[in-house]
Design a protein around this ligand. Structure first.
Ligand SMILES: [Ca+2]
Ligand SMILES: [Ca+2]
Length: 406
C-alpha cells in the first residue's frame, strides 16, 4: 500500500489524504461478496496525485456495478459517496463522512436492477431509479440507515429528473423520457401521495436537465431532443397563480445528448463536445471537442465521462483528461470501471503496444506534470508523478500486445 502522506493538487487547494485510498481498499476487500455477472464494472476511487487526477485499481473485482450517483449534491462536508446499482440486482450505499473511512451498506429489501439512478436535491438521500424493466422507483432514507423503496410507476422509462414547480416552487414534478421517446410529467399533488401522469410532448427526446432555478428568469427545464437540439420548457399560470400547463420554445441548436446544470451554468454534452451556456444561448462557451457520455461534479470540480470512458476535468473552459482507466459512471470521489481497459503499456490507446508508446515514455523521460501537463500524464503508467524506469518497463512488458487487456 502507498505511504500515508497528503497530496496537493496544485492550483485548486484540495487536500486529500492517501490513507483515504488505503482505508477504502481495505474495506472494499472485506466486503467482497458474491461474484456478479459480467456486466458493469468494479469500483475505483478517483483522486488527485501530484498535479493531475489519477485513479487506482480497487482490491475488489468481485462486486460489479452498472451505474452510480452521488450521495450529496449540496454539502460535501457532511457526507460524500454514492449509491451504486449492482449488476446482479440490489443497491449499495457507499459513503464517508471524513474522506478516510468508507462505509458500504447493502440496502435491504431492494433486489431490483437499475439502469439509471438520479439523486433528488433534498436534505436526505432521496433517489429515483429507473429499473431494468423500465419502471420507476423512489429510494430514500431520512437517516442514511433505514432505506425505503416505493414504486412510482410501472410504465417504461429511459431517463428521469425531478423538478419543482408551481407558483411558489413547492410542487414536485418528475420529468421522464418514456421508452417511446415522448415526454411525461409526473406530478405529486401532496407529500407522499400518488403521482398523476400527463404527456407534455409527443415529440422525440433523449434526456432532460435538472430544474433551472438560478440559471434563467424562467422556471422550467431543458429537454434534449432526439435530433440534438435543446428545448426550453416552462410552466404557465392563470391570473390566480394556478398552473395551467407547460409551454416550450426552441433554446439552442446542437448535437447534444445530455444537459446538466452546475453553479449557474448549463452544460450541454454530446458527441461534438461540451458547451457551457451562460444564461442565454448567445453566450455559449465551447469547452471541449471531445465526445461525452455523462457529466457530474466532485468537490466543486466539473467532471465528465467521455464517450471513450475517460474522466475529464472541465475547468474554466479547459478540458483536461485525467484518468488512465475507462469508466461507465461516477459519483463523489468514485467511479465504476469499465470491463474493457487498455493495456497499461498502450499509452496512446490505439490498441497496440509499439514504438509509439515507447517514444512517449522517452519524450517525457524525467519530467513531472509541472514540466509537461499534457504528455506526462499520458506516459505516467503508475501515477507517481515522474516518468522513469517503471513506466518504461510497463511498455516493455506489454510490448506487442493488441486489443483490450485480457
Ligand atoms: Ca499504443
Ligand atoms: Ca511513473
Amino acid at each position: 500500500m502507498h505511504e500515508l502522506t497528503h497530496v496537493y493538487r496544485k492550483g485548486y487547494g484540495i487536500m486529500i489524504n492517501k490513507s483515504t485510498i488505503a482505508a477504502g481498499f481495505a474495506l472494499l476487500a472485506v466486503i467482497a461478496i458474491a461474484a456478479s455477472p459480467a456486466m458493469g464494472g468494479s469500483l475505483d476511487f478517483i483522486y488527485d496525485n501530484t498535479g493531475y487526477w489519477g485513479d487506482y485499481a480497487d482490491q475488489n473485482d468481485d462486486v460489479y456495478y452498472l451505474t452510480m450517483v452521488e450521495v450529496s449534491s449540496t454539502d460535501y462536508s457532511a457526507i460524500a459517496g454514492g449509491l451504486a446499482a449492482r449488476s446482479g440486482g440490489g443497491l449499495d450505499a457507499i459513503t464517508t463522512t471524513d474522506q478516510v473511512n468508507w462505509n458500504i451498506q447493502t440496502i435491504n429489501n431492494n433486489s431490483n436492477t437499475y439502469s439509471m439512478l438520479y439523486r433528488e436535491d433534498s436534505d436526505f438521500p432521496d433517489y429515483l431509479g429507473v429499473r431494468a424493466d423500465g419502471g420507476l422507483d423512489r429510494i430514500y432514507a431520512e437517516d442514511y440507515v433505514n432505506w425505503t423503496t416505493s414504486s412510482i410507476s410501472s410504465d417504461s422509462y429511459l431517463h428521469v429528473r425531478r423538478h419543482w414547480g408551481g407558483m411558489y416552487g413547492d410542487n414536485v414534478y418528475i420529468v421522464a423520457v418514456r421508452t417511446d421517446g415522448t415526454l411525461e410529467l409526473l406530478e405529486q399533488a401532496e407529500e407522499n401521495g400518488p403521482f398523476l401522469s400527463s404527456i407534455i410532448s409527443t415529440d422525440q427526446y433523449v434526456s432532460t436537465s435538472f430544474h433551472l432555478e438560478g440559471l434563467i428568469d424562467l422556471e422550467g427545464f431543458i429537454a434534449v431532443r432526439a435530433d440534438g437540439d435543446l428545448e426550453l420548457f416552462s410552466e404557465i399560470y392563470d391570473e390566480h397563480g394556478n398552473s395551467i400547463g407547460w409551454t416550450s420554445t426552441f433554446y439552442a441548436a446542437g448535437n447534444y445528448t445530455h444537459a446538466s446544470h452546475s453553479e449557474g451554468s448549463l452544460y450541454a454534452l454530446g458527441p461534438d463536445g461540451v458547451d457551457d451556456f451562460w444564461t442565454v444561448p448567445d453566450t455559449v462557451v465551447h469547452v471541449s471537442d471531445n465526445s461525452y457520455a455523462n457529466f457530474g461534479t466532485w468537490q466543486e470540480e466539473r467532471l465528465a465521462i467521455t464517450s471513450d470512458g475517460k474522466l475529464d476535468l472541465l475547468d474554466n473552459g479547459i478540458s483536461r483528461l485525467h484518468s488512465r482507466h475507462r469508466y461507465v459512471a461516477m459519483a463523489d470521489g468514485m467511479a465504476i470501471r469499465s470491463q474493457n481497459q487498455y493495456w497499461p503499456g498502450d499509452l496512446n490507446e490505439d490498441l497496440v503496444v509499439d514504438i509509439t508508446d515507447l517514444n512517449m515514455v522517452l519524450a517525457a523521460w524525467g519530467k513531472t506534470p509541472n514540466d509537461d501537463h499534457v504528455n506526462v500524464p499520458l506516459a505516467d503508467t503508475n501515477l507517481d508523478g515522474i516518468i522513469d524506469i517503471t513506466d518504461l518497463n510497463t511498455v516493455l512488458i506489454d510490448w506487442g500486445k493488441t486489443g483490450f487487456k485480457q
